[in-house]
Design a protein around this ligand. Structure first.
Ligand SMILES: [Fe+2]
Ligand SMILES: [Fe+2]
Length: 172
C-alpha cells in the first residue's frame, strides 16, 4: 500500500510517534502510539470485510478502500503529543498535522478530506458517525473503542471511561 508506506516513512510521523511513546512511558491508561493505530486499522478493516461479506458484496476497489482505512487509522491519534504538551485536543491538533503529512505524500485531495473529517470528528460521539462516509467513520470509531482491553486493565479505578463504556470482554 503505497500511501501507507509513505505515511510510515514520513519524518514528522516518525518523530511524533516516538514522542507519543516517550510521553506515554509512565501512563497507566490506554496508550496511543503506533501499536494502537495498527489495532484500529486492522479491526476497522475487518469490520469492512464483515460488512461486505454479510451483504454478499466484493468491491472492485478493495485495495484502495483498505488503504483509506489504514491511512485514517494510522493518523487518527497523531495529535496526542500536542494534547499532552500544548493542551490542544488531539482530534483538532491531529487534523492539522495529518493535513500536512497527507499533502506532503500527495494523497488525493478528495480522500484527504475524508481522512481529516474522521480525525477531527472521532471523539464527538454519535455525531462522528453521521454524514458522508458515515460507515467508515463508524468502523474507525468502533475499532478505536473495541480495541481497548478494559477487562485486562489495572487502572479501572481511576479511568475516565464510564462503567457502561468499558469492554468487559473481547469485542470483535
Ligand atoms: Fe483519539
Ligand atoms: Fe485512538
Amino acid at each position: 500500500m503505497e500511501y501507507v508506506d509513505k505515511v510510515l516513512r514520513h519524518p514528522e510521523y516518525i518523530r511524533i510517534q516516538k514522542k507519543i511513546t516517550s510521553l506515554e512511558k509512565d501512563r497507566i491508561y490506554c496508550h496511543h502510539e503506533i501499536g494502537h493505530a495498527l489495532d484500529v486499522a486492522r479491526m476497522a478493516w475487518i469490520y469492512c470485510l464483515e460488512d461486505w461479506c454479510k451483504k454478499g458484496q466484493s468491491p472492485e476497489n478493495m485495495e484502495e478502500q483498505k488503504e483509506l482505512v489504514y491511512v485514517c487509522a494510522l493518523l487518527h491519534d497523531i495529535g496526542r503529543a500536542s494534547q499532552y504538551e500544548e493542551g490542544i485536543h488531539h482530534s483538532k491538533a491531529g487534523a492539522a498535522i495529518a493535513g500536512q503529512i497527507l499533502k506532503d505524500i500527495s494523497f488525493p485531495p478528495e480522500k484527504s478530506r475524508i481522512v481529516l473529517g474522521i480525525i477531527s470528528g472521532h471523539h464527538t460521539g454519535k455525531k462522528a458517525c453521521e454524514g458522508e462516509y458515515a460507515v467508515l467513520k463508524e468502523y474507525i470509531c468502533r475499532a478505536d473503542h473495541d480495541s481497548r482491553l478494559c477487562f485486562w486493565c489495572g487502572a479501572g479505578d481511576t479511568c475516565k471511561w464510564k462503567e457502561e463504556e468499558r469492554n468487559r470482554t473481547l469485542r470483535c
